[in-house]
Each structure stands twice: as structure tokens, then as C-alpha cells.
Design a protein around this ligand. Structure first.
Ligand code: COA
Length: 530
């Protein structure tokens, strides 16, 4: 594609400047997350001879290989901002040549104990590992459930118990579950290594006990020190709870690398991969194209041209259903089918999207949804044209697609548009957001009008103008706050906020994982074999 962007125009420069502000803010917030529990606790951690969680990850990964960190800003703005990254680092990286999911507690954040967002992040990492068929490596330094939050952490499906359920089921499904224990693991924390296929413990600092010394004292009046009760040497030599004893953290991480090197892990890929070619246009220009005002229209092909190999697109039905761009392309050499919003979804664009998804299914091409959508078209004309049925066809085709789906929220994600474009409720393999994105049932403008109309209707002319103005202001403030991408990412509604310039490489990793983990499906049986 030939770009029509004038990077010297006033609009471009204005957009680029405001977008740069969003990127700076994102980087600052990611720094906050990376700092964990802060200087004082970090110093205490180091004094105990322990490595910071991110150093452990660096030592575990193959030198120079990328680490795709997930949901770095989980917990942002919650609990007085005292639980950076929700106290656990998760992400995908290569260990002894094998792509693995890493789930690593940060003991400087409330002893690595589990808040609701910690559990959600842990569970989500396991879901990703399962679907992409990755071994799970747990770097355990964890105080179990954060007790004041126990009702949001312990009892329900999706809570702490589910992390163990996942461990058992993944292991039974052939996905190795491996642990290295660096700190005190009590109660729930103890089950992470205990349910692992193999575990390593660090002598001196690693502990595993169902009840720690205070619990033992309270329960059976036995007075015992932690090392005797659940130390690494005892577990390696007496109880057999752990399989390997390491004299320090470096040795434990090296042992984990050795275990992975001997997994006999298959490496299969199915796609016809082409040589990788950089896009013709610089992804740095994306901010200048999309800007920060969601009401400002632009041609989404200009974004795609800055993500895909050689900026080349084989656009499907370019003359029809113009508000949804559907195009075949390659990204990091992998084939990809892209559905990208270019305005409100009409019946035509919905049907075109459903048709395109079927083509990708047949050709085994993964799907990328670039969401910037206010919703499906409303109104008498649209309803008479069958928008309800046609939009449902897009939703159905997307939900039942037999190829991996990835979603990036590059702008607004409102109402049923979120559904049709593979929102979180439809379980795409990965879902990332850009810092300019917004997600809600509707925009603050529309929501305040809808609620005012409803209130006026129920008051039947007795409306107090001051009360109505207050309702409008409250609704607007609520929708503004709750559609903020940081509100969403803090609560794990996405797998992380990423910069537009990182998007191509992030998707390249996702495509590689999907390619290696998706079996060749058999498709529909021929009529004589039904
Ligand atoms: N629930 C609530 N708070 C917890 C917690 C838990 N499970 N585990 C740790 N914390 C808090 C501590 O109260 C402390 O909070 P503060 O900084 O506000 O005072 C902070 O996390 C750090 O804990 P601390 O004990 O100072 O760290 P440590 O590195 O010396 O020890 C543990 C870490 C995990 C070994 C230790 O905190 C511990 O044994 N926790 C309780 C474990 C437990 O019984 N869990 C049962 C869960 S069902």
C-alpha cells in the first residue's frame, strides 16, 4: 500500500504530540510496576541473599531472548497503589530453547501474597499457557492468600483453588509444571511446588509448610522453627517434597533450565512462513495518525501498513462494506487475516467480516481484530435491513472460528462492537490495548443522555433540573473513569497496555506461539465419510 499520510501536516503533528504524552505516561506507570514494593523492601530482600524477581527471570531466560510480559499494570490504582503488578510477574520467554510461561511472585509486595488481581493474573497466565501449549515455570516466593481479602481470593471458581486445578489438569494434559522455591511457602503457597511435576528448593531461604510455625503453635501447641518444619534440606533429604536442593538462587535457576532442556519438547510449526520483511512505513508514525481524540476519523489501512510485512495487503472485498477493512497479510513472515474497523458496523460490513472469517478458517490463517468501534448501526433503516441478524452472524463466525484469534484495542471498544470484534468475553488468545483506547458499554456522552432520558421518562415532567444536572455529571464522571484503559488493565480485562511501536513484535510472538500449538484440524468430513 502507498501511504497518504503527510507527516508534516498540522493535524499529524498535533496528534503525534498528544500521543507522545500518552506513551510517556505509560512508560512512567510501567516503571512504577517494575519497582515492586519499593526501595526499603527491596533492600531487605537483598540483605537476605535473595534476588529481585526480575533478576531471577533474566537469569532463567535464554540470553538475549525477548520476554513478553503480561498485564504489567495489574493492580494499578487499587489498594492505595500498594500492590504493583499485583505482586506477581507473568510472561512468556524462551528457556533452554523452549517457549515457557513464567509465573513469578514478587516477595517485596506484601510477601508475595495473593490479592484478587494476583489470582486473576496467575489464572490468566495459566489459561494462556494451556491454550498455547507452554510449560509453566513457577518462581515461588509467596505468602498464600492475602488474608484481609480472603473472600475475594479463596472460595469461588477462578480463585486460588483454580490455580491448583489448572496445575493438575495441565500436567495431566502433558504440559510440564515446574517450580523453584525461593522463599516461605505457606498453605496455598505450599501447593504450587507440591503440585508441580518437579521442584527445586533453595537451601536457607526456601520453605514449604502447610502451616507455618505460628499456625502449628496455635493448632497443636508445638513450638518449632521454620527451617526444621519446612526447610529445603529436610524436604530434599527427608520428606521428598522437593526433588532438587540448590545452594543458592543461581543454582536453582540453572537447575530449572536443565530440567526444561530435558523435556523432549516438540517443536512443530504449520504455517507456510515467508521471509520476514519490515513494513515500508515507520510505526513511530502511528501516534500522528490515530491521535488521542477518538472522534477524529482516519483510514485504518494506514495503521495496518505500519504493522505488516512490506506494508502489503491483499484486501478482501475492498469495494463493499467499507466500514470494516478485511485483509490478508503477513506479519513476521506468518500469514494473518486482519479485520479492522473503519467506522460504524453496518449489515454489509458485518456480513463481509463473517465471510472473511470463513475464508481464514478454511485456509488456517489466524485472525487479528483491530478494534476501534462505537458499535453496530442503529435506527429504523438498519433494523429493517436486518442489522440484528447480520451483526449476530459476525459474532457467531468469530466465536466459532477454528483458528487462533488476537485482539488489539486501538481506539474505542463500545457496546456490541466489542463483541463482534472479538472482545474479552469471546476469549481471544491474547488481547492487548493501546494507551488511547477506551472500553465501555457506551461513551460517557451517550450514557449520560440515555440515563437522563430514562429519568425524565420515569419522573413524567416532575424532574428537578438540579437533580438531573447532577445525574448527568455523575454518569459522565463514572463512564469517563471506568472506560480508561488503566482502569481496565488494572482489573485484568486485557493482557496489557502496549505501545503502538511494540505491537508488531508482540503480535509476532503471539503468531509464533499459535503456529507451534495449533494442530492441523481435519475440517468438515467428506460426504462419503459422514
Ligand atoms: N496475608 C496478609 N498479609 C500478608 C500475608 C498474608 N498471607 N503474607 C504477608 N503479608 C504482609 C505482612 O503482614 C507484611 O505487611 P506490612 O508490610 O504491611 O507489615 C508484608 O506482607 C510483608 O510480610 P513480612 O512477613 O514482613 O515478609 P517476610 O518476607 O518476612 O515473610 C512470609 C514473608 C510470606 C513468609 C510471611 O509474611 C508469612 O509467613 N506470611 C503469612 C503466611 C500465611 O500464613 N499464609 C496463609 C495464607 S492462607
Amino acid at each position: 500500500m502507498i501511504s497518504r499520510i503527510d507527516s508534516r501536516s498540522d493535524t499529524f503533528l498535533r496528534n503525534a504530540e498528544s500521543y507522545a504524552g500518552l506513551v510517556a505516561e505509560l512508560r512512567e506507570r510501567v516503571q512504577w510496576a517494575m519497582a515492586g514494593g519499593g526501595e526499603k523492601l527491596r533492600a531487605r530482600h537483598l540483605e537476605r541473599g535473595k534476588l529481585p524477581v526480575r533478576d531471577r527471570i533474566d537469569l532463567l531466560l535464554d540470553a538475549g531472548s525477548p520476554f513478553l510480559e503480561l498485564s504489567a499494570l495489574a493492580g494499578f490504582g487499587l489498594y492505595g497503589n500498594e500492590v504493583p503488578a499485583a505482586g506477581v510477574v507473568t510472561g512468556i520467554g524462551r528457556v533452554s530453547g523452549v517457549p515457557c510461561m513464567l509465573i513469578a511472585n514478587d516477595a517485596t509486595v506484601k510477601g508475595g501474597s495473593f490479592f484478587a488481581e494476583t489470582v486473576r493474573k496467575h489464572v490468566r497466565a495459566q489459561e494462556i499457557a494451556w491454550e498455547n501449549r507452554l510449560p509453566c515455570l513457577y518462581l515461588v516466593d509467596c505468602g498464600g492468600a492475602y488474608l484481609p481479602e480472603q473472600d475475594r481470593v479463596f472460595p469461588d471458581f477462578g480463585h486460588f483453588g483454580t490455580t491448583f486445578y489448572h496445575q493438575c489438569r495441565m500436567s495431566a494434559d502433558g504440559l510440564p509444571q515446574l517450580s523453584a522455591v525461593f522463599g516461605g511457602c505457606t498453605a496455598g503457597g505450599a501447593y504450587i511446588p507440591a503440585l508441580s511435576d518437579e521442584s527445586v528448593m533453595v537451601e536457607g531461604t526456601g520453605r514449604i509448610h502447610l502451616g507455618g510455625p505460628p499456625i502449628v503453635k496455635a493448632a497443636i501447641a508445638e513450638v518449632v522453627d521454620g527451617e526444621t518444619l519446612g526447610g529445603a534440606a529436610m524436604h530434599a533429604r527427608v520428606s521428598g517434597v522437593t526433588d532438587y536442593l540448590a545452594v543458592n538462587e543461581h543454582q536453582a535457576l540453572a537447575k530449572l533450565r536443565d530440567i526444561v532442556a530435558h523435556l523432549n519438547w516438540p517443536r512443530a510449526g504449520h504455517a507456510t512462513r515467508l521471509p520476514v520483511r519490515a513494513p515500508l512505513y515507520d510505526a513511530q508514525e502511528i501516534g500522528g495518525i490515530v491521535g488521542t481524540d477518538l472522534k477524529q476519523p482516519y483510514d485504518v489501512r494506514e495503521v495496518i501498513a505500519r504493522l505488516v510485512d512490506g506494508s502489503e495487503m491483499q484486501e478482501f472485498k475492498p469495494e463493499y462494506g467499507a466500514t470494516l477493512v478485511t485483509t490478508f497479510a503477513h506479519l513476521h513472515g506468518y500469514p494473518l487475516g486482519i479485520l479492522a474497523n473503519n467506522g460504524v458496523l453496518f449489515s454489509e460490513s458485518s456480513l463481509k467480516g463473517a465471510h472473511f472469517i470463513e475464508l481464514c478458517n478454511q485456509r488456517r490463517i489466524p485472525l487479528l481484530f483491530l478494534q476501534n468501534i462505537t458499535g453496530f448501526m442503529v435506527g429504523t433503516e438498519a433494523e429493517r435491513g436486518g442489522i440484528a441478524k447480520h451483526s449476530a452472524k459476525l459474532v457467531y463466525a468469530m466465536a466459532t472460528a477454528r483458528v487462533p484469534r488476537f485482539t488489539v484495542m486501538i481506539g474505542g471498544s463500545y457496546g456490541a462492537g466489542n463483541y463482534g470484534m472479538s472482545g474479552r468475553g469471546f476469549a481471544p488468545r491474547f488481547l492487548f490495548s493501546w494507551p488511547n483506547s477506551r472500553i465501555a458499554t457506551m461513551s460517557a456522552d451517550v450514557a449520560s443522555n440515555v440515563l437522563l432520558d430514562l429519568r425524565r421518562g420515569s419522573l413524567k415532567g416532575d424532574a428537578d433540573p438540579a437533580a438531573l444536572a447532577e445525574l448527568e455529571a455523575q454518569t459522565r464522571a463514572q463512564f469517563d473513569a471506568q472506560s480508561d484503559p488503566y482502569y481496565a488493565t488494572a482489573r485484568l480485562w486485557d493482557d496489557g497496555i502496549i505501545e503502538p511501536t511494540h505491537t508488531r513484535d508482540v503480535l509476532g510472538i503471539c503468531l509464533e506461539l499459535a503456529d507451534a500449538s495449533t494442530p492441523r484440524f481435519e475440517g468438515v468430513s467428506p460426504v462419503y465419510r459422514m
